[in-house]
Structure formats: C-alpha cells, structure tokens
Design a protein around this ligand. Sequence first.
Ligand code: FEO
Length: 409
Amino acid sequence: MHATKVTDDTYLLSVNVENILFEGLWEIPNGVALNSYIVKGEKTAIIDGVCGWEGVPEKLYKLLDELQIDPMSIEYLIINHMEPDHSGWIEDFKQIRSDFKVVCSRKAAELLEHFYGHTENVICVGDKDTLDLGNGHLLKFYEIPNVHWPDTIVTFDSLTGALFSCDAFGTFGKADTANYDDLLTEEQLLFFEKEAERYYANIVSAFSGPVKKAIEKCSTLPIRLIAPGHGIVWRKDPARIVQNYTDFASFQKGPAREEITIIWGSMYGMTEKAVNHAVKILEDEKIRHHVHRMPESSWGTVLTSAWTSTGIILAMPTYEYKMFPPVAAILEEIGKKKVQNRKAFRMGSYGWSGGAQKELDEILDRNRMNWDFLDPVEFRGNASEEDFKQIEYAVRELVHQVREAVKTG
Ligand code: FEO
C-alpha cells in the first residue's frame, strides 16, 4: 500500500492485491498493483478509483489521509474504463459524497447505471475532449476502444505530460519496494517486463489490433510519463513499456520469439515418454522452450508461453474418440485469444481408435488459427523405435522452421 508523488500535483495511490484469481479466472502468482491517481488543480480529480476487493476502499481512504486529501474535495471521478478494477470505488464513495461528477466515455456511461445504479452528474467525453482542473492541469481524453473493453479511454495531462493509460501498458506483479521505473534496479524492471508479458497474454492479447491503434494514437502525444492502472509508473523510460507492448501485439500474427512451447497431457505415461524424447531433442538443439502439462499447469502460464513462442508442440492421447480434454480446453482458449500462424507439430498415443486430430482440426478452423503443422506422429499404445525416430525428425524440423520464421520476420 503506497501513496506517493508521481509529478507536480499528481499522486499515486497503489494497492497490492494477491491470492485472488484476476477477473475470477487468471492466476497471478506474483500479485498485482492496482493504481488510482489524484490530480490536484484548483479542482481535484481521482482517475480510476480501484476497488472490487475486500479492504480496498478502506486502504484508499487511508492513503488519501496520508496525502492530507479530504475525500470531500474530490469533485471528479474519471473512469477510464468501467471494469470494476477501475471503477469499483464509485459505490463506496457515494456514501461519502453524493454530488461528485463522473467523467467517462459514452459507452462507459451505459454500464454505469447497470453496474452501480448511477445516472446523475455524468460527463461523457470522447476523443480530444478536455476537462480543466485549473492551475494548468488541462486534461485531454482519447478513446482507445477494446483496450480492453469498448468503453476505454486514456487521460492525458497536458501540463505534466502524464498519460493515465488504464489497462494499456499495464503489468501484473505487486510493487513491494517502489512503484516507479526510475527507483527500480534493472533486475526489478525485468521482473515487471515478465509480468507485463503475462498481463498482456491473459488480459488484452485478443485485442492486439486495437492495441496497435492505441499505440499509434498515443504516439502523437508529448508523453513524459506513463501511469497505468496496473503495475508501475514509467517516468524515466516510458518508451520501454511502449516497445514491450508493440512487440507483444506483433506476436499475435507471428512470428513471435525463437521459442517453442510444449503443451501436453498423458493418461498412463505413453504420450509422456514421447514428450520426454521431444524435450531432449529441444535441449540438444539449444532452443528456449517451455513445457506445460495439462491439466496441472495454469491457463495463464500456458497462454503466456504460447503467446511468446513461434513454435508449438501438442502432445496428447485420444480420449473417448476425441482429444485429451484438458489439452482441448486450453487450445480452445489459445484460439480465442487469437494466437495465429504458429509453426506446430502434434503427437500422441491412442488405444482403440484415433480421434484427436479431428477435434484439433475443428478447434483450429473454428478459431481461424492458421497454424502450419508438420505431419503428426500417432502411435498405438507405446511409441516404437520408428515412432521415436519420426518424432526426432519432426522436432528438429520444427526448430529449423521456427528459426527461419523468426529470422525472416
Ligand atoms: Fe484493468 Fe479491463 O480492467
């Protein structure tokens, strides 16, 4: 829990949250920092009043107290995005002051009533609309639809050059020591960059087209610092997180990095032996790889690996004439996140009949994934020596294709 000065008249109220599933779905092993910002001109605004978790409103009030800001003096609640991790404070704040004004996009206003029963004193803003807080703090708004909901805007303070970017440029990872890139070591920054990868893959990856448009739009602004809704504030090198997001967005259509992800499941160890063989080949090829067994691995972790990998190996047995269900489930989610144009190879065991391939084809078609597969290796029961040779050939070929794809871009 931190209350700190970001820049002139601008303060960060940050609350670490852990031991939850983000959006009720995604594991966050390293937690997340949820951020609200106060901008004080002649009038005071809070941007993205976070809430949604037990104890958070109380912590926010305590932080305001530390900053000697009377909640009664907050005239505007600027809601960049109506998802409750940005807007959840409204309900609680209403009990303190009833005549505040909500500033949000027209689309967000539609949800305001349904989420919080709030319809009065709503100021709808769109591209380039402004709000003058006085003392030079002229706030400008820009729509960045679908980063991450259709309602999302960013707020730009033309005096300080602060971009309050909401979900854009956010990361997972709690901020234990400091919330600013200029106060962190390179090792700590690398941690947040890894957490950005996870956040991007889990939360905004499906909207990579809109992310590219948002980056383009924001690049026209004289940004001096980026203050996202999640993670750390980038005030020494905002271009660093913008470059990260540019890279992540490009991974959707591939190629991504020179990495291979194995997603596998096994019932009685027969497919597992083939996976172990494939891993040895990858080690021999000295290519970075990630190995995830399903259903044991968390979806968020697997999705992050798939997002950053140019090559995917799927290994699963046929189960009741279909693909082993936990592998089918994560593959469907990978498809919904639009992980496209990967180099891929599938292998696996069957007993009485195949069937995994048919379901795989259905998932790939339904989600228009356009993965480029090598010939599969399927084996009845245990893999034979010949099967192991074919697996080795296919894995080495996959490595070659991944390297070529990354090299030629
Ligand atoms: Fe951080 Fe889409 O909410």
